[in-house]
Design a protein around this ligand. Structure first.
Ligand SMILES: [Zn+2]
Length: 486
């Protein structure tokens, strides 16, 4: 973006809560089930069916709000948001309007300054305010690509959502991406959402406007809908900001509207002109009483909040001496963080555990939502590293033992015995190997003794070769130094 314009971005995120049942009925929440197999009179909107609020959804929503620093309102109310759409059988959505259950709060996030995530480029910490978080029910889904034409699938109708409404505090597409990642991490570590943009369980709409840099008034905003991957967030926002700049610089004006992102043309396109809030004819939901969240209920939930991923990262660095990069990698998924912590607790050498998990284990881990599958147990990792620290196997052999242990419950110590790969730590055997290498390479030994210490690595290499990599490297180093008379 050129220096004369500044973008103003606010994000609205809809996150599906991982409850077993829907927000107002006992139907199972499910993804990928045959259409219309998880429906009942309530979520089908049949006359006379009454909603009953799901307590677990309320607990998850309140935990979400508490984790993000929101104020919980003692009394809130559900409202009907009226609009007509085929996937909304009641003709209205039950949401919260002027009396949401929470207000305020913020998201703390990192912005990668130049390179992408995972790089060592410096990142800075920012904070963006939240307006509110409220609860609402999801709509159904129109499926258009079935062989028989289109169907309306109401399995998703009534799935509990939290809508997390951000203030327009973001200024660049990179900030928006950082905000979204941080928000998703908080929800996934809380266990209230699976963070899946592609399957639509974590959805993002963005309000974007631009204004002359330095101005404090807001330009006309455009709503970008359904940005369904982290990869598209930055591209879609950058595309829309560039479009608005072109319009304004060529003397046009921005129209308030809703636009979509077309990946093929890398540009946004108009979906519809913006409805105003009045179009929804909100009124209090007559079938549900006001929601009361008393202090004791909120305090109980607050007391059981898990550590946030950000706090975890900071602790991994300050208490366990991990690098910020390692802490970042090991907190990308709650199960990975838990696996690392369990192994670190068992081993007392957190850095060695972190290195081994990053170097070996992570490439074999598969994650799905909040679940993850590990090739080995934390105990197996710790046992492998213990064999290394005791000098029984080398670092190279540790990788081989890991490869054999994958997918089994075998004890690494037993595998080492079976494979006959115990490291040579017998001083006499190592001394014999070192002496032979020195005798066979008298010229290099002379060079070393005359001060060319750079050849030391050559001797280590020869000894490791002679022992097929099984010699204890530290012992080899010590023995060679002694024999070479350094
Ligand atoms: Zn139902």
């Amino acid at each position: 973006m050129s220096g004369s314009w500044e973008a103003v971005i606010g994000l609205e995120v809809h996150a599906q809560l991982l409850t077993r049942t829907k927000l107002f009925c006992a139907c199972a929440t499910s993804f990928g089930a045959p259409p219309n197999t998880h429906v009942c009179p309530t979520c089908l909107g049949l006359p006379g069916a009454l909603p009953v609020l799901n307590g677990e959804a309320v607990r998850m929503a309140v935990r979400t709000a508490l984790s993000l620093g929101c104020t919980i309102k003692e009394s809130s109310r559900f409202a009907r948001k009226n609009y007509f759409y085929p996937d909304l059988p009641k003709g209205y959505q039950i949401s919260q309007f002027d009396e949401p259950f929470s207000e305020g709060g913020y998201v703390e996030f990192e912005v990668e300054e130049a390179a992408g995530p995972g790089s060592d480029a410096p990142s800075t910490t920012r904070r963006a305010r939240l307006t509110r978080i409220h609860m609402e029910e999801d709509a159904g889904k129109n499926l258009h690509d079935l062989a028989g034409g289109s169907v309306v699938d109401l399995n998703r109708a009534g799935t509990p959502l939290v809508e997390i409404v951000g203030e327009p505090d973001l200024r660049t597409p990179a900030e928006a991406a950082g905000y979204l990642r941080a928000l998703r991490d908080v929800l996934v570590f809380l266990g209230v959402n699976d963070g899946n943009l592609e399957e639509g369980s974590f959805r993002c709409d963005a309000n974007v406007s631009i204004r002359p840099a330095g101005s404090s008034t807001l330009g006309t905003r455009v709503e970008l809908k359904n940005i369904n991957s982290f990869r598209f967030v930055e591209k879609a926002l950058a595309g829309e900001i560039a479009r608005q700049r072109d319009v304004l610089e060529s003397g046009g004006r921005i129209v308030q509207e809703t636009r979509g992102w077309d990946e093929k043309t890398s540009s946004t396109f108009s979906l519809r002109s913006k409805e105003t809030a009045q179009d929804y004819r909100y009124f209090p939901e007559p079938d549900l009483p006001p929601l009361h969240l008393d202090d004791a209920f909120v305090a109980t939930l607050r007391a059981t909040l898990p550590e946030t991923p950000r706090a975890k990262r900071e602790r991994f660095v300050s208490e366990l001496a991990l690098s910020p990069y390692a802490a970042q990698v090991l907190t990308q998924h709650p199960r990975v963080a838990a696996f690392f912590e369990e192994a670190a607790t068992l081993s007392l050498d957190a850095v060695a555990v972190a290195n081994f998990i990053q170097g070996e284990v992570l490439r074999d881990v598969t994650t799905s939502g909040v679940e993850a599958d590990f090739p080995v147990s934390p105990g197996q990792v710790v046992e492998i590293l213990k064999l290394v620290s005791q000098g029984k196997i080398s670092g190279k052999q540790a990788k081989e033992v890991y490869a054999k242990a994958k997918g089994t419950t075998a004890s690494p110590a037993a595998l080492v015995a079976d494979l006959g790969m115990a490291q040579v730590s017998d001083p006499a055997a190592i001394e014999a190997a070192c002496a032979k290498v020195i005798a066979d390479n008298a010229k290099q030994a002379e060079q070393y003794r005359s001060g060319k210490t750079g050849v030391f690595g050559f001797f280590v290499g020869q000894v490791m070769k002679a022992t097929k990599g099984s010699a204890n490297p530290q012992l080899v180093n010590e023995t060679l130094k002694r024999l070479l008379g350094a």
